[in-house]
Design a protein around this ligand. Structure first.
Ligand SMILES: NC(=O)c1ccc[n+]([C@@H]2O[C@H](COP(=O)([O-])OP(=O)(O)OC[C@H]3O[C@@H](n4cnc5c(N)ncnc54)[C@H](OP(=O)(O)O)[C@@H]3O)[C@@H](O)[C@H]2O)c1
Length: 271
């Protein structure tokens, strides 16, 4: 049986849908299980029952400081070894993302996976096109961001879910493989053009000040978001590669359209 963790999250739920569309049976693991799902909370090792799971799609459980994320992933990997899981498919971050604030926890998890002696496949996911669009705040004149002219090889979440489903459906074909799953580079100005508005570039200091003034953010988030901005702005995330196209059995989504739709959904009048 395939288990996909984080089943109530966006990537995991899309992965489960992709598996269902391929008529591949799979089980969702989640902190708040719906009927037919299993309770899996990486912060509660007692909940980690992975019996009868042959392939575990381990969707990273980010949104915390590195030590907590790594401890979560350590706990689920220990349970995988104990309960006889055969193959781990891990959703990591793109190879070019090494300088991102959240890359360390991903690379540490990759190392742990390679050390436990199970079969594995690493999916080094690019940043979501949906995220890029959502990180372009609206001003009265249009969009503004600290991305400057930098391009991001953004990927639609759904394409990453489809890639995870392809790998999990036939894991033996992907043992020991690391796939870099990125799309076509897009810029903030192109998203603005698509929406027929202007884009204004913020200095990184202005952006960081805005982040630090936002009391809805958790303490680890301002540096993490600033790291995305400086990586995109300085061209570190415009990597390309054939892996996504080769894995998918359909064309990849247009990242610019996906990002523009996400930005449009954030437009004050549209909220
Ligand atoms: N590539 C990118 O651009 C990008 C952007 C943002 C995040 N990410 C990473 O990719 C992951 C999936 O993205 P997403 O869009 O699906 O995010 P999402 O919709 O916010 O989902 C967050 C996921 O984290 C899981 N999670 C949190 N704490 C957990 C815990 N203690 N134990 C088990 N699972 C836990 C949730 O599982 P349940 O609620 O079902 O338990 C859920 O699947 C994120 O968690 C993050 O690590 C990637």
């Amino acid at each position: 049986m395939i288990m996909v963790t984080g089943a109530s999250g966006q990537l995991a739920s899309l992965t489960l849908q992709e598996l269902a569309a391929r008529r591949v049976p799979a089980l969702g693991g989640t902190r708040i299980p719906a009927q037919g799902q299993r309770r899996v909370d990486f912060d509660d090792p007692g909940s980690l029952d992975l019996t009868n799971v042959s392939t575990l799609v381990l969707v990273s459980a980010g949104y915390a400081e590195d030590d907590q994320v790594i401890a979560r992933h350590r706990a689920v990997l220990d349970a995988a070894r104990r309960d006889g899981v055969g193959h781990i498919v891990y959703t990591s971050v793109t190879t070019a993302g090494d300088h991102l604030g959240f890359a360390l926890a991903h690379r540490a998890t990759e190392q742990m996976i390679k050390a436990i002696g199970l079969d594995w496949t690493i999916l080094r996911n690019g940043l979501y096109a949906e995220l890029f669009g959502a990180l372009l705040p609206w001003s009265t004149e249009g969009l503004e961001s600290a991305f400057g002219d930098g391009a991001l090889s953004a990927v639609a979440r759904n394409d990453l879910a489809a890639a995870a489903a392809v790998v999990a459906s036939k894991p033996e074909a992907h043992v020991g493989k690391t796939y870099d799953l990125v799309g076509e580079p897009i810029t903030a100005a192109e998203v603005a053009d698509e929406l027929g508005v202007a884009h204004r570039t913020l200095r990184l200091a202005e952006y960081r000040a805005q982040l630090l003034a936002d009391d809805t953010l958790l303490p680890f988030q301002p540096p993490l978001l600033a790291s995305i901005a400086t990586n995109v702005r300085h061209g570190f995330l415009k990597n390309s590669g054939p892996d996504l196209v080769s894995l998918l059995d359909r064309p990849i989504a247009n990242a610019l359209t996906v990002a523009a739709d996400a930005a449009a959904a954030m437009r004050p009048a549209a909220r």
